[in-house]
Design a protein around this ligand. Structure first.
Ligand SMILES: C[S@@+](CC[C@H](N)C(=O)[O-])C[C@H]1O[C@@H](n2cnc3c(N)ncnc32)[C@H](O)[C@@H]1O
Length: 239
């Protein structure tokens, strides 16, 4: 991270170049987290070991992604944890797959379906860059069927999740969760009806309204600019 707070993803086996100058790879290789390194222009960089949030912020993406505020709720509401088996429909950049993979650990598994080859390639690279071995990207139309069985969580970031409800029911373990993300109210209204018809229980939709605080010498208050709306999260259990 540089003096301006800007973060960079770097490779230790290459010299690092920026508009603040360069740092030789020999210095990067020997560096430790929290250490200050100086470029040839005497600009300071602090060494930071990337966590999942740093990584997702900097990785490649060509579509909209789900934000941490919504991912946190999905993880908490579905009880996702070490060893969980997850299927995802709509990999996109791989953001949610990476967060899920990070949470389920080496005993768990995440399989994410992506219909577009170009997106699947980007997501595969992103997963590889975070060194996750428990996440698999399948370049496949999820609507043609889910190959996995006895799954703890199916997460769908697709425009018509209700078209998958019967397949989801066949794939989930008893008591396991479906979670969906949709930007429009009409989408979760249709989904609720279909979930009820298919006997799903504990059906609920939530929206997370998130405000960051601004702390200044004049006073403390919510930031004046905020993200008005991302999406609605719907949860249901197979019982
Ligand atoms: C909004 S993106 C997902 C973003 C992802 N959750 C993230 O946070 O990075 C939705 C993705 O679903 C994919 N998609 C749409 N229909 C699909 C289908 N039937 N099977 C698999 N993927 C599909 C799209 O190509 C797109 O990449």
């Amino acid at each position: 991270m540089d003096e301006r707070g800007k973060k960079y993803l770097i490779k230790e086996d290459k010299d690092f170049h920026s508009d603040f100058g360069f740092i030789k790879k020999e210095h990067l290789e020997k560096s430790e987290e929290g250490q200050i390194l100086k470029t040839h222009l005497e600009k300071e960089f602090i060494v930071l070991k990337k966590d999942v949030n740093d990584y997702v912020e900097l990785m490649e993406r060509k579509c909209s992604i789900i934000l941490p505020k919504d991912i946190g709720i999905i993880i908490a509401y579905t009880g996702l944890g070490a060893g969980s088996i997850v299927v995802e429909g709509g990999t996109g950049a791989g953001t949610t797959a990476i967060y899920f993979g990070n949470v389920v650990g080496s005993e768990g598994r995440v399989t994410s379906y992506e219909i577009r080859e170009d997106f699947a390639k980007i997501a595969e690279n992103n997963v590889k860059g975070f060194e996750l071995e428990n996440v698999r990207i399948k370049c496949q139309d999820i609507k043609k069927g889910i190959d996995e069985k006895d799954v703890d969580l199916i997460f769908l970031d697709l425009p018509k999740p209700w078209e998958m409800v019967e397949e989801v029911k066949k794939t989930l373990k008893n008591g396991a969760y479906l979670a969906t993300y949709n930007p429009y109210i009409e989408q979760f209204q249709i989904l609720h009806n279909i979930l009820k018809k298919n006997g799903f229980k504990d059906i609920k939709t939530v929206e997370c309204i998130f405000r960051e605080m601004e702390i200044k010498s004049k006073g403390t208050r919510p930031k004046t600019r905020m993200l008005g709306h991302t999406g609605y999260l719907t949860f249901a259990r197979k019982l």
